[in-house]
Ligand binder design. Structure first.
Ligand code: SF4
Length: 336
């Protein structure tokens, strides 16, 4: 059994400590940083990925691989077997998926087991004793899933039994207190680490509602839809298309980069105003209504205002002369 493992690496303190505890025993550790449109998706960019890996290695001495799990994640997130947490966060199935993926990568990296920074009893849903066991079982990681921070409170794993990992040098952390983690971080000289549990938009109270709506309205949703859902004001138009209106300069700038084939970009021509994306437009009145909503958020000094609608390749789709602007009550009924 090689003295080498793959560690689920969120970048939070617990995952860093799990790596350090194992490294201290001389075990070769490689962190797996999973990305999906719901977390850490900025690392889809090669350049950012490179600098992230460099930063983590320089700071903590942990080599990290970035693994994109978008296709399997999008399938899972619509109907997670173990349900959602408080919002749209399918934490148990998310962990199962990540561990399963790590198990599938063991041979490629010459590793013999998987480790995580999970702490027994720290989270109500995903870190209970029975849930930790379910994650191990359903991910196909029976006996090869080690939680170094709580290992002494859990059943012995194969690497411990085989003497690859020294159980006596693992920990028995439990519960929500961070005291022991703070002590350990001092021990390892770690002073700079992100706050726990940040960064997953599925656990965001507002965005999670929007995601659930998208999952049910458009079962063929894709990564680009999940990214678009995180920017701007959103409207479900009477004809079934999806309008997104930029709320500020940064979002308006992002709009052009978020366009995909088939989208229509709307913008006021005769006054300053937001950029808007109309997605899933087929035909009917949604385009004109969207132009009216676009005008509602523009700095209109006098009517009519001309709203230009164009496709991603820049060709003009339509120019709409907006004569009347919908009132707030009409608009709010469409928002999601
Ligand atoms: S908060 Fe998000 S990333 Fe974290 S376990 Fe839950 S679903 Fe997965």
């Amino acid at each position: 059994m090689p003295r080498s493992c793959l560690v689920l690496f969120s970048g939070g303190l617990d995952s860093i400590l799990a790596c350090k505890v194992l490294q201290e025993q001389g075990i070769v550790v490689r962190g797996l940083k999973f990305i999906s449109p719901f977390f850490s998706y900025d690392l889809i960019d090669d350049q950012r990925q490179r600098s992230y890996k460099e930063k983590i290695f320089q700071k903590y001495g942990i080599p990290v691989e970035v693994v994109d799990i978008t296709p399997e994640y999008l399938k899972m997130v619509v109907a997670p077997k173990h349900g959602y947490g408080r919002y749209a966060n399918p934490c148990v199935d998310c962990k199962i998926l990540m561990v399963k993926k790590a198990v599938s990568l063991l041979d490629e990296f010459g590793a013999s087991f998987v480790a995580t920074g999970e702490v027994l009893g720290q989270r109500p849903m995903s870190q209970r004793r029975d849930t930790l066991r379910i994650i191990e079982r359903d991910s196909g990681a029976d006996g090869i899933l080690l939680r170094p921070l709580s290992a002494k409170l859990l059943k012995e794993t194969k690497p411990e039994i085989a003497g690859v990992v020294d159980r006596s040098r693992l920990l028995a952390i439990t519960g929500r207190s961070r005291k022991e983690q703070i002590r350990l971080s001092r021990h390892f000289g770690i002073t700079d680490y992100p706050a726990p549990a940040g960064g997953c938009v599925l656990a965001d109270p507002i965005l999670s509602k929007r995601f659930r709506k998208i999952f049910s309205l458009w079962p063929d949703f894709d990564a680009a839809d999940c990214i678009l859902a995180q920017t701007g004001r959103h409207f479900l138009m009477p004809g079934g298309s999806w309008l997104v209106v930029g709320r500020n300069k940064a979002e308006n700038e992002a709009m052009e980069t978020l366009l995909k084939d088939g989208d229509i970009l709307l913008k006021a021509r005769t006054c300053p105003g937001p950029l808007c994306i109309l997605r899933r437009y087929k035909k009917g009145g949604d385009l004109v209504y969207s132009a009216r909503i676009c005008a509602r958020y523009a700095k209109v000094s006098q009517l009519p205002v001309e709203i230009e609608a164009r496709y991603k390749d820049g060709t003009i789709c339509k120019k709409v002369q907006v004569q009347d602007i919908p009132d707030d009550r009409q608009i709010q009924g469409l928002m999601f």
